[in-house]
Design a protein around this ligand. Sequence first.
Ligand SMILES: Nc1ncnc2c1ncn2[C@@H]1O[C@H](COP(=O)(O)OP(=O)(O)OP(=O)(O)O)[C@@H](O)[C@H]1O
Length: 328
Amino acid sequence: MIRARGLARKFTARGRTVEAVKGVDIEVSEGELVGFLGPNGAGKTTTLRMLTTLLRPTAGEATVGGCDLLRDPVGVRRRIGYVAQSGGSAPECKVVEEIELQGRLYGLSKAAARRRGAALTGQLDLSGLDQRLTKTLSGGQRRRLDIALSLVHEPKLLFFDEPTTGLDPQSRANLWEHIRRLRSEHGVTLFLTTHYLDEADSLCDRILVIDNGELVAEGTPDALKARVSGDGVTVGVPEGAVAVAAEVAGRLPGAHEVTTVDGSVTFRVPRGDTAMPELLRALDSAGVAMTSMQVQRPTLDDVFLTLTGRSLRDAEAGATPKEAAHVA
Ligand SMILES: Nc1ncnc2c1ncn2[C@@H]1O[C@H](COP(=O)(O)OP(=O)(O)OP(=O)(O)O)[C@@H](O)[C@H]1O
């Protein structure tokens, strides 16, 4: 469905050149739900805008939906849907009118546009809202309308930029369900960008991790997490016993990354659950009473940290602000 080789994009603004995407290879098969994960400013939107023909690459090539990105952009556009971060509905238009208008723009007859509008409002739980002005919709409802608009021409490949940014937890969960159904019930292949770890983890079959315009990893959420060496363990002990507890923890087979913070010791071991009884015995022999204990399976943030040396959240905090002007 998507095959990109060495896709790159530079921006030059006010005499400064930014290499937003530095030559990425992307492969997405039919029926996959693939996430593009990275901090703010990593190059996700730029890549998506290139793959959807909105921005010309400065280097590289791609086929999208079977059409060549550079030689047949119109063919690409016919075969894909794109839900942009900002959405695209007109505020003073009714929901159903907006969908039907989109259908007409894609060349459907009035009757066919009406049928498509009815099918899409049903599919995306918008039936009861079809006479509402789009400006009165909630964030989640507007997102569902954006999806409906992108599906009018029945594309088999949908690009989705930050699907749930700005939504409350309930609307996010609801939107995730709709995204899953697009694939399972309607056979749509999905490529979405996100900087939410939980979103990538729960929704995607496969994740591509991008940082500073380069792909730094790719795999299923589980395979990526397996690249982090072991479970994280945090053990609480009385203030005066932290140094002894750290020494005891460091002697466990395979223990590494031992650190101490206030009244606790954290470290990694290959298997947190099997290390626990041994740690308890060893602490007991050293005369240290454990006050709390937590074992954490690796998260995607641990993956990002392992790969880049920075936490995804820190990377977000240090992101470079976007230039105001687009230099295409
Ligand atoms: N039109 C532009 N002019 C100059 N620089 C740009 C332009 N668009 C993007 N950039 C820069 O390219 C880099 C990648 O931006 P991009 O929007 O692709 O990141 P992103 O991963 O999508 O971030 P976000 O999660 O915030 O949407 C950033 O450094 C950004 O400032």
